[in-house]
Design a protein around this ligand. Sequence first.
Ligand SMILES: Nc1ncnc2c1ncn2[C@@H]1O[C@H](COP(=O)(O)OP(=O)(O)OP(=O)(O)O)[C@@H](O)[C@H]1O
Ligand SMILES: [Mg+2]
Length: 292
Amino acid sequence: MTAPFIPPPPHFPGGPAPGRPAPDLPGPPAPSVLAVCSGKGGVGKSTVALNLAVALAGMGERVGLLDADLHAPDIPLMLGLARKAPARSWTLARAGGFDRTPLEPVEHSGVLVMSTGFIIAEDQALAWTAELVEALLRQLLWSTRWGPLDRLVIDLPPGTSDLVQAVFRLLPGAGAVVVVTPQDAAHLDTRRMLTALRTAGGRILGGIENMSGLDCPHCGTRISVFPPVARERSVWAAGVPRLAEVPMDAEGAEPVVLASPDSARGKALRAAAGAVRDADRPGATPTVTGPG
Ligand SMILES: Nc1ncnc2c1ncn2[C@@H]1O[C@H](COP(=O)(O)OP(=O)(O)OP(=O)(O)O)[C@@H](O)[C@H]1O
Ligand SMILES: [Mg+2]
């Protein structure tokens, strides 16, 4: 069956023409930027972003991890770092001037971490207009004292919110790492997001299927937890290379690639980091794994 033609939306408002770098911006904080994204919430973006960053650092890279989820900055929680009161010294610089208020990243598990959660308290409420979102993102990207980095991993909120749009607009070379669970809704919502990303000239490196099954603790057989997703409705059918499959596994503290590197999930996430790194090499043709 051929999918009906749906005209793509215009490129992200205010952004450069598709494939064009935005003018008047500093270069990216690292030569390689990986933006971990999904159309759906709760599929494991933050877990994957954290473990990719730590695994890449374990391969000898200097890695920064930016938790850019304004409404649910989960990386500090996963690492046991949380701010109870608003940061006193932090001022949001609007247009320009974003290098006057340096932000110190926290080093954890071999990675330099910066999070909206470090500057906004857990119960601090802010009304985020698109302009404020972009100003905050610019600060996080360019006021953070990253030092020299080989790679910056960005954990994004779900969907195509102002923040997600701003990331791809401000960092036109960023490679999208798409996370899905093997569920219809995750694939369909992510396909919608991919249409917007592609129209905006985004570079899609590939996808990671998270919670892709469960290894039976008794016999080790991998069990499918969700009903199968029809191939034609999947992101794989929409041309996203499947880079890795990460099983469901509640064992082990985060980051699991450090805490339990030889668990099924630890191994799969280390393999995912290698696959993402290979897919991000200039001119790489990603290896597609699984039945895809
Ligand atoms: N492979 C897995 N096996 C078991 N639990 C997992 C796995 N991946 C993620 N989880 C758990 O699922 C929950 C959601 O994961 P996570 O916060 O990474 O998702 P997210 O996509 O970042 O969510 P949000 O959209 O809210 O930012 C967490 O409790 C996490 O520990
Ligand atoms: Mg998250």
